[in-house]
Ligand binder design. Structure first.
Ligand code: G6P
Length: 509
């Protein structure tokens, strides 16, 4: 039985429908050259994981189409796509001002940088907050109109943190859960937010709040205690219960994951092997180091390039023996900081290649700026000997997990930032680095290059076991179980102790 089938085979828990709410729908809608709407499925673990549950329980996904449009043709396409997908899709249209102030503004120029500890990048424009509140109200209305008594509403991510408060204002009696896909910052950073009290009180109105790691949960509880009087917490373990006056909220950490078996299966396809071989033919006689990131300043790409340059300078024996493949997937192109970052990355790549390239054909950095097809993504994973994943801060980082799932022969190495959520789970198998330590990252690449096969295998095996046991179906199941179980003392704890605890930071002298 596949993991997806086993998720479907799990017993129905009552007759509750699942109503998923996220900023974006799981399909992006764009007009083709003839002006007709086309839906492109948004890839990613969330869609894969929720699909069987939505089909099984019956359900709905509510969100934005990604377009500033609400035409009848778009809604027809939406209904058709939803019919084929096996669940109802409902759109929340956003106009150009809302896209600017709610999506680009409050979500991505305030919460995104602040929650990733980059407060200096925040643009605390009060107009952004007003639109954020209005748009959350708009989403809440759409949910309230569509909900039936007994539905479980599962809200995703930082765009929609006011949803429970808005739904209660509308008189909703549904149970409402929230999962934050990005990190939650410690109090000295969160308290900079001018609307901190309203936001924390709004979050405390959910019935269950899920975070990626124990650290995020601890940060949230510290912020709640700093701002709100009388927050009591009961229990230990993965899910705890907080009470604030008459209200109680469950708070847990559930590290999101991938469909491990699907990645492993697809990675063995002959077309993937052929494309991976083609990469080795183009970049022959060297180890390939891979970075794949959405274009984002949280991913630490400029520092990573500096570390690679440092490696080539301090370890000249590795010149012509390694190439860095850096894939950057376009993202949030309408925000100035993202455009500036692209220019910065391209200048750095040019400088490294200009400084080290040799007439024999060795290219130090192979730079790719585009979205990847699934086939290309798998081929890069299969071709790479070392994955170099060094975000300055990241909620989880699924690239790290996907890379391990595709390392079928268990002979690859993963270099991972201590500040990625995945480090709590994979810290014992990965070579952990501080992404700001340029020489430390260069040394880690040198170490991974020379790591013997036995050590590579032992490390990769332990990471793969952990990801297989705690895959994305486990993630959905454990979240929903935490939401509905009557007695939290019956709640099964995570099998992998590494996923429970904190990162062991590397100390060098
Ligand atoms: C992060 C967020 C998601 C978001 C994604 C892509 O992973 O946690 O909520 O959808 O980035 O960003 P975008 O702004 O294109 O939706």
């Amino acid at each position: 039985m596949t993991a997806a089938e086993s998720a479907q085979a799990r017993p129905r828990r009552g007759s509750q429908r699942l109503v998923v709410v996220s900023n974006r729908l799981p399909f992006a809608f764009r007009r083709d050259a003839d002006g007709r709407w086309q839906a492109e499925p948004g890839g990613g673990g969330l869609v894969t994981a929720l699909l069987p549950v939505l089909r099984h329980r019956g359900g709905m996904w509510i969100g934005w189409t990604g377009a500033a449009d609400d035409s009848p043709e778009l809604n027809e396409e939406l209904a058709a796509v939803g019919g084929n997908a096996g669940y109802t899709l409902k759109s929340v249209p956003l106009n150009a001002d809302e896209i600017r102030n709610f999506y680009e503004g409050f979500s991505n120029e305030i919460i995104w940088p602040l929650f990733h500890d980059m407060q200096l990048l925040c643009n605390f424009d009060p107009a952004y907050w007003r639109t954020y509140c209005e748009v959350n109200r708009k989403y809440a209305k759409a949910v309230h109109e569509s909900c039936e008594p007994g539905d479980f509403v599962w809200v995703h991510d930082y765009h929609l943190m006011n949803m429970a408060a808005e739904l209660h204002r509308l008189g909703s009696k549904s149970r409402i859960g929230f999962f934050l896909h990005i990190p939650f910052p410690p109090p000295d950073i969160f308290l900079k937010l001018p609307w901190r009290l309203t936001l924390i009180e709004a979050l405390l109105q959910f019935n269950l709040i899920g975070f990626q790691t124990a650290r995020d949960r601890r940060n949230f509880l510290e912020c709640a205690r700093a701002l709100v009087k009388g927050v009591d917490v009961e229990g230990r373990g993965q899910v705890v219960q907080a009470t604030v006056g008459a209200r109680s909220v469950r708070i847990g950490h559930f590290p999101i994951s991938i469909d491990f078996n699907a990645f492993m299966r697809q990675a063995t396809a002959p077309e993937v092997a052929a494309r991976a071989q083609e990469l080795h033919r183009l970049l022959p006689r060297r180890k390939l180091i891979l970075g794949i990131d959405r274009l984002d300043y949280t991913k630490g790409i400029p520092l990573r390039l500096q570390a690679f340059q440092n490696l080539l300078t301090r370890y000249p024996a590795l010149r012509e023996r390694v190439s860095l493949i850096q894939v950057v997937v376009p993202s949030r192109e309408d925000i100035a900081q993202y455009r500036d970052l692209k220019t910065d990355i391209e200048q750095r790549v040019g400088k490294i290649n200009g400084g080290f390239v040799d007439p024999g054909g060795w290219v130090p950095v192979w730079y790719v700026y585009r979205s990847l097809s699934r086939l290309d993504l798998l081929a890069y994973y299969r071709a790479a000997d070392i994955a170099l994943i060094t975000p300055l801060k990241d909620g989880m980082n699924l690239v790290a997990k996907e890379y391990c799932a595709c390392s079928i022969e268990e002979d690859c190495a993963l270099i991972l930032s201590e500040f990625a959520g995945a480090a709590a789970q994979l810290g014992r198998g990965a070579v952990l680095v501080n992404p700001c330590d340029i020489e430390g990252v260069a040394d880690a690449i040198h170490r991974a290059y020379h790591m013997d096969a036995g050590e590579r295998r032992a490390r990769m095996r332990s990471m793969r076991r952990s990801i297989r046991e705690n895959d994305v179906f486990w993630w959905v199941d454990s979240y929903l179980r935490a939401a509905i179980t009557k007695d939290l003392s019956d709640f099964p704890q995570m099998k992998d102790a590494g996923a429970e605890g904190d990162v062991e930071y590397s100390v060098s002298f």
